[in-house]
Design a protein around this ligand. Structure first.
Ligand SMILES: NC(=O)c1ccc[n+]([C@@H]2O[C@H](COP(=O)([O-])OP(=O)(O)OC[C@H]3O[C@@H](n4cnc5c(N)ncnc54)[C@H](O)[C@@H]3O)[C@@H](O)[C@H]2O)c1
Ligand SMILES: O=C(O)C(=O)C[C@]1(C(=O)O)C=C[C@@H](O)C=C1
Length: 306
């Protein structure tokens, strides 16, 4: 793979930034990668493990002469970081981010950027429950989607360049409008995380009653919930506070369905339960038959979602 940017700056050195660094290095996608994190301890760790070609002690120093600057901080910190980097950005540079919410990030970041840079928000649909500079790995984005959400009137070239970077890091790339992104992600990621947090909280309450049996005998499904519920509290607090409308809409629908299922159990309405589970099983099978399961060994690189 050939070099796509001369110099890339990563702001915030956690799971996503560190994975980007290793993936960029794996494929030789940038000449130099600089990095900055707010905490001295994070910068020290980054230096110790060789994360970034150069770790800088200020955001301004990290973005100096960068052709691409990627904001890899929690959604609630994006605005402050945009303010910090704005005066030091190189004219013609591209600014991007990896935030899990797009509309709120665009509204927080765009007003602070100078007119002579391009803003191409992005969201890699890949992660783990771990965070921090030591949690990243080069393969995180392999065969995962990355959604680009270009703001209106962005020329094609900076979008195509960023697409090439994400493809070089192993991802499939799609473009989406911000509100649509936030609604889709509320269904596929945000609401499921809240449900996992809740379920683990309920089990923890129960544990006090049953003296650890809940955890001891937890089956695979619940273990997956505990993994998800171990995700970074700051990141997820910011996701929910910044994708309020879509998350509340989905949770409202979820609660209605849950009440209907609850009622079916109480009244012994086996037909309702069976029909419901038959429908959901068909959905999973449909995903596999349509070839849209990225975990499937034969998932093709040319597949698109829309
Ligand atoms: N973890 C995931 O599964 C995942 C997946 C896709 C996208 N994202 C998004 O990526 C972003 C980063 O997530 P992560 O998982 O890498 O988080 P992380 O906690 O691993 O890393 C965040 C980094 O940002 C730094 N930071 C926080 N506030 C800062 C500030 N004001 N200035 C400078 N640095 C600051 C932290 O010190 C840390 O180094 C978030 O916006 C998140 O929504 C996360
Ligand atoms: O696998 C996980 O740990 C994740 O939750 C990753 C996950 C997701 O919901 O799929 C979480 C948040 C992101 O914004 C993107 C990806």
């Amino acid at each position: 793979m050939s070099q796509i940017y001369n110099r890339v700056a990563l702001i915030g050195l956690g799971l996503i930034a560190s994975s980007m660094f290793w993936a960029i290095k794996r494929a030789g996608l940038a000449g130099e990668v600089t990095g900055y994190a707010r905490g001295q301890a994070t910068r020290d760790t980054a230096r110790r493990i060789g994360l970034c070609d150069r770790v800088c002690d200020s955001a301004a120093e990290a973005v100096k002469d960068a052709d691409l600057v990627v904001l890899c901080v929690p959604v609630g910190a994006m605005e402050q970081v945009a303010r910090d980097i704005a005066p030091g950005l190189k004219p013609g540079a591209t600014v991007s981010d990896v935030g899990s919410v797009k509309r709120a990030v665009i509204e927080a970041v765009a007003p602070h950027l100078p007119d002579d840079v391009y803003f191409v928000p992005a969201h890699p649909l890949a992660g783990t429950e771990h965070s921090g500079p030591e949690s990243g790995f080069a393969e995180l984005f392999d065969d995962r989607w990355c959604i680009l959400v270009p703001v209106p009137d962005t020329p094609d070239a900076p979008v195509a360049q960023l697409r090439a970077l994400w493809e070089g890091m192993g991802a499939y790339v799609d473009e989406m409008e911000a509100d649509h992104h936030d609604l889709v992600l509320a269904v596929t990621s945000h609401a499921p995380h809240l449900i996992a947090y809740t379920m683990v909280g309920v089990a923890d309450d129960l544990r006090r009653v049953t003296d650890s049996e809940v955890i001891k005998y937890s089956a695979a499904g619940f273990r997956d919930f505990t993994r998800i519920a171990a995700s970074d509290p700051t990141m997820w607090r910011d996701v929910f506070l910044n994708n309020k409308e879509a998350t509340l809409e989905i949770l409202g629908r979820f609660t209605e369905e849950l009440f209907a299922l609850q009622r079916a159990i109480r009244t012994g309405d086996g037909e309702h339960l069976h029909d419901y589970f038959t429908r959901t099983r068909a959905i999973r099978r449909g995903i596999i038959q349509a070839g849209q399961d990225t975990d499937a060994p034969d998932f093709g690189r040319k597949k698109t979602t829309q």
